[in-house]
Unconditional design. Structure first.
Length: 690
């Protein structure tokens, strides 16, 4: 562990600067010994100057530096990494997938994947897309992965988009990101037709293969479709159509390669230049767009691989959305680095069947996924009456492991069979998970490693690993990464800071926001709160940044976005949105303060609570229709009393939320019991007016 000390005082003697002193474990005594050692080894004048500032000595943060346990390959770009893997594992399957549920399983080897990357890349370069912004939107598929890889292997800047965004936000993202071309799932055909008209920068649209959503390939052959015609925008001069298809670009790219025209190998890649533009959660007009470089992502791949040991041929199941950096880095590119077989999941309803059919070894997921696995196992054990037997066996097998005898996969074979019999590793992130679930799965032979990170850190910054496994924590920093907790006392909570090559370039077109989170010493201020256990150096997350709501699914909701929409209604003076715990779930909830005068003007002098509720119900339905489903308001209350504010008129969120919860506790109610009701009124235990 490294502790950083801050000194104030005489600049003549180098004071007033940060000094980093390595210690095994900080105590007040170790600080005292440092002071004595300093005084013993300096001349009298310096001792006197130092004595003047001893009283100002304070710890400003605890710093951990991640260790590497395994040697990793050297590469600076994803193109270099994928080419290495294609050379090392040419005949190994890289992807197994179905375009439609009823289709037979298709396979692409590493050599074939690399060949198609080069073919598609050549076609894109010939279309004049070098250096352009190219978006990808659609469900997880081989075609999505191919498009993404071709873009980052030497064509331009990739802009992955969330397919669950409302149509207006998709179009706004394309416009704000100055996107030139879009690879899209045919399910987005109507959206792309609108984008073609509304997005000034948009020059080309490329349809991916029809996916499992049941979408059909667009018919570009009919003149009445309006999709043929001369290209009026630059960038597609060598093709005569504005609308293209992935499957026609591959053979064209193969021809271009044979002719030696526009090949990826002829392009140079700057590892430190913008590679990906990623929009965070929130309305496009206010959401931050994170800029990542090749070096950012490659450093994260190497950092994770230096502490978690996988093997060529490991079978992985891709479940989480590929547009998210967690799945993109951990589920796609780390898999490609190791020579894994990546199986595209047939959909959330088919996860268990895919685990069984493909005999999956590893899965990347969020807590709700592993919680569902756990609940199914427990329900099955209780139904079959084997729960008591398992409870007796677990401590026995745990004891045997301590003396080097591991019988887990033999004794718990029937339980493991529900997951295909081969599942042995899970990577969990995006939200906290119950440590008891991790302990249970570890006890039966499935190792779940909890990680921590953000899009801004490419994304993994810390995690349990092959050497450090402490359920309830997110372990140590990744290899080559520095992590700090900004607190004055070791073991006490503070803001989590991250430094290293995984830290983003900054926020797109927002230098002020970038300067707010990346300081002059290169530390990225996450806004999350955590503590480092002095005994083992493991990081625990104790709070979330500011007001952000983290749902059980790992999805993040920014209250300000919803509050802005609520505030558009003239009857609402102010609003507060937060996540309310409800039987283990996190529910997006709201409190609105109504304007009495505006209310009477709109609904009449003798307005009833029923009329108010009807108006607010309709308003919230309209707002929810404009948001992704996970962001929708699920319960609300209203009031006529102004909220507690700061001197700058900002609502004091913690005080307001605590007040609501205190009110509910006193009345022995849950928020759901009084949703749509007046919080100013007293209610009985059934939520009715007293």
């Amino acid at each position: 562990m490294i502790l950083a000390f801050q000194f104030g005082g005489n600049a003549r003697y180098g004071l007033g600067k940060t000094r980093q002193i390595p210690v095994q474990l900080y105590t007040r005594q170790s600080a005292k010994m440092f002071n004595l050692n300093y005084n013993e080894n300096h001349n009298r004048r310096r001792k006197q100057a130092f004595a003047l500032v001893l009283a100002e000595l304070r710890i400003v943060m605890q710093i951990l530096r991640g260790q590497s346990y395994y040697q990793t390959r050297s590469f600076e770009t994803l193109r270099e990494m994928i080419e290495q893997s294609a050379s090392l594992y040419p005949d190994r399957p890289a992807f197994r997938y179905r375009n439609q549920i009823e289709d037979p399983l298709a396979v692409r080897t590493y050599a074939e994947f690399w060949q198609e990357i080069n073919q598609l890349g050549a076609a894109l370069l010939a279309l004049g897309l070098a250096g352009r912004r190219i978006a990808v939107i659609g469900e997880n598929s081989y075609a999505w992965c191919l498009a993404h890889a071709a873009i980052v292997c030497g064509v331009g800047v990739v802009v992955p988009l969330d397919r669950l965004l409302p149509e207006n936000e998709i179009i706004a993202s394309l416009s704000r990101g100055e996107v030139d071309t879009v690879f899209y799932d045919p399910a987005f055909q109507a959206c792309m037709e609108k984008a073609q008209v509304q997005v000034a920068s948009l020059s080309g649209l490329i349809a991916l293969r029809p996916g499992r959503s049941g979408s059909k390939q667009p018919d570009f052959s009919q003149p009445q479709s309006g999709l043929l015609g001369q290209v009026s925008k630059p960038g597609l001069a060598e093709k005569t159509r504005h609308w293209l298809q992935l499957d026609e670009l591959l053979p064209w790219g193969a021809t271009l390669e044979k002719e030696g025209k526009a090949t990826l190998s002829q392009t140079s890649i700057d590892p430190d230049a913008l590679m990906a533009l990623l929009f965070t959660s929130g309305t496009t007009s206010v959401a931050k767009a994170v800029m990542l470089s090749q070096r950012n992502v490659c450093s994260d791949i190497q950092a994770v691989s230096s502490v978690v040991k996988l093997w060529p041929g490991i079978r992985m199941l891709s479940v989480l959305p590929l547009h998210h950096t967690f799945e993109n880095t951990c589920g796609l590119y780390i898999g490609l680095y190791y020579g894994a077989e990546i199986h595209e999941c047939d959909g959330l309803r088919h996860i268990q069947k895919n685990l069984q059919d493909y005999h999956i070894d590893m899965i990347v997921g969020v807590p709700v996924l592993f919680e569902n696995f756990y609940n199914k196992v427990q329900a099955t054990l209780q139904k079959t009456g084997k729960d008591k037997l398992i409870r007796r066996l677990l401590p026995i097998t745990q004891g045997l492991r301590k003396i080097g005898i591991d019988l887990r996969r033999v004794l718990y074979k029937q339980i493991l069979a529900a997951f295909g019999g081969s599942l042995q590793l899970g990577i969990c992130g995006a939200a906290p998970i119950d440590p008891e679930i991790i302990r249970f799965f570890d006890a039966i032979g499935i190792h779940i490693l909890q990680g921590y990170g953000l899009t801004e850190t490419s994304p993994v910054a810390a995690g349990c690993n092959s050497k450090v496994f402490v359920p309830g924590t997110v372990g140590h920093p990744m290899g080559g990464t520095e992590l700090a907790v900004d607190s004055e006392t070791p073991g006490e909570p503070g803001e989590i800071l991250v430094r290293g090559p995984i830290v983003m370039l900054g926020y797109y077109q927002d230098p002020a926001a970038t300067a707010e989170v990346i300081d002059s010493e290169g530390w990225f201020h996450t806004g999350d709160i955590g503590r480092i256990d002095p005994a083992n150096g493991c990081l625990s997350i104790t709070g979330r940044q500011k007001s952000m709501i983290v749902l059980k699914s790992g999805k993040k909701v920014f209250p300000e976005e919803i509050e802005y929409l609520l505030g558009q209604d003239k009857l609402i003076k102010e609003s507060l949105v937060w996540g309310e715990d409800d039987e283990g779930d996190v529910v997006v909830s709201a409190k609105v303060v109504l304007d009495r005068d505006a209310l009477k003007e709109k609904l009449g002098q003798d307005v009833s609570e029923h009329q108010i509720r009807a108006h607010l119900d309709q308003l919230i339905r309209e707002i929810n229709s404009r948001l992704p489903s996970f962001k929708g308001i699920r319960q609300y209350v209203f009031s006529f009393q102004d909220m507690v504010k700061t001197t700058t008129l900002k609502i004091k969120r913690p005080i307001e939320i605590a007040g609501i919860r205190d009110w509910l506790t006193r009345h022995k109610l849950r928020l759901r019991d009084i949703t749509g009701r007046n919080l100013d009124e007293d209610h009985d235990e059934n939520g009715k007016h007293e």
